[in-house]
Design a protein around this ligand. Structure first.
Ligand code: NAD
Length: 260
């Protein structure tokens, strides 16, 4: 469904972003991946996407805390592919701490990567999408865009903010063939979730098993983690013609978490 289209997925060297980049490539889109990591591994990922799906795959090392690099990434994708139809804002980090001990530089980094980077990519991508009369912007928010958990003040603030920006931009672009939506996963088993377990163990004085059962999956009625492929399938759906009239929405894929 995305033959001859082009996509940028931020934070796609791992986890949900990588699954989305692969799912878009599977549908025929040329993709630009982005994110941090070992250069050799990233190149293997990039070349692997080209080989597996027969599309062009490029890599941008743009740091989502640096607005000029973000704008350059979007321009590079548009230049290389001749268009940019799909923008997935997925890059994100987490930090878990009581608010009074929350390091201000962590607050700034989370707001920059999880919220402001989406503003900067959208700002750069919208003129081309408007000119072509087509665009799909998918922002990866979180169940934490709808409800909160303690010790995640920056993350919850950024994700609530991302949903607000999504609605505003969706209204601006409603008559231009450009849809803007959020996907809000519950707990997905990725490096991001795995790496916050030690901090949560410390903050709550719990064992790893207790964190998984009593914190992570406590809120998720299905008692199962969401998979990265389930999130990617929704992103693909939002890019399809069937989703043309869906804009400004925030789609939960959270095992029932936010139904409670
Ligand atoms: P992940 O850690 O596996 O991937 C995060 C990606 O962002 C990586 O590619 C990383 O390199 C990239 N990144 C981090 N800092 C960056 C920077 N400064 N510049 C560019 N790229 C940067 O995490 P994930 O779990 O796949 O999370 C992806 C998104 O999904 C995030 O926005 C996260 O908040 C959201 N999310 C995750 C879960 C979950 O349970 N895993 C749940 C809800 C929402």
């Amino acid at each position: 469904i995305l033959q001859s289209k082009a996509a940028v997925v931020t934070g796609s060297t791992s986890g949900i972003g990588l699954a989305i980049a692969k799912a878009l490539a599977r549908e025929g889109a040329n993709v630009m991946i982005n994110g941090l990591g070992d250069p050799g591994q990233i190149e293997a990922t990039r070349a692997g996407i080209e080989a597996e799906f027969g599309v062009r795959a490029l890599y941008s090392g743009a740091d989502m805390t640096r607005p000029p690099e973000i704008a350059a990434m979007v321009a590079e994708a548009e230049g290389a592919f001749g268009r940019l139809d799909v923008l997935v804002n997925n890059a994100g980090i987490q930090y878990v701490s009581p608010v009074e001990e929350f390091p201000p530089e962590k607050w700034d980094a989370i707001l920059a990567i999880n919220l402001s980077s989406a503003f900067h990519t959208i700002r750069a991508a919208v003129p081309g999408m408007k000119a072509r009369g087509f665009g799909r912007i998918v922002n990866i928010a979180s169940a934490h865009s709808l409800v909160a958990s303690p010790f995640k003040s920056a993350y919850v603030a950024a994700k609530h903010g991302l949903v607000g920006m999504t609605k505003s931009v969706a209204l601006e672009l409603a008559t231009h063939g450009v849809t803007v939506n959020c996907i809000s996963p519950g707990y997905v088993w990725t490096p991001l979730v795995e790496s916050q377990i030690p901090d949560t163990m410390k903050a709550r004085n719990m064992t790893k098993e207790q964190v998984i059962e009593e914190v992570l999956l406590k809120a998720q009625p299905t008692k199962e983690f969401v998979t990265v492929d389930q999130v990617a399938a929704i992103a693909v759906f939002l890019c399809s013609d069937a989703a043309t009239q869906m804009t400004g929405a925030n789609l939960s894929v959270d095992g029932g978490w936010t139904a409670q």
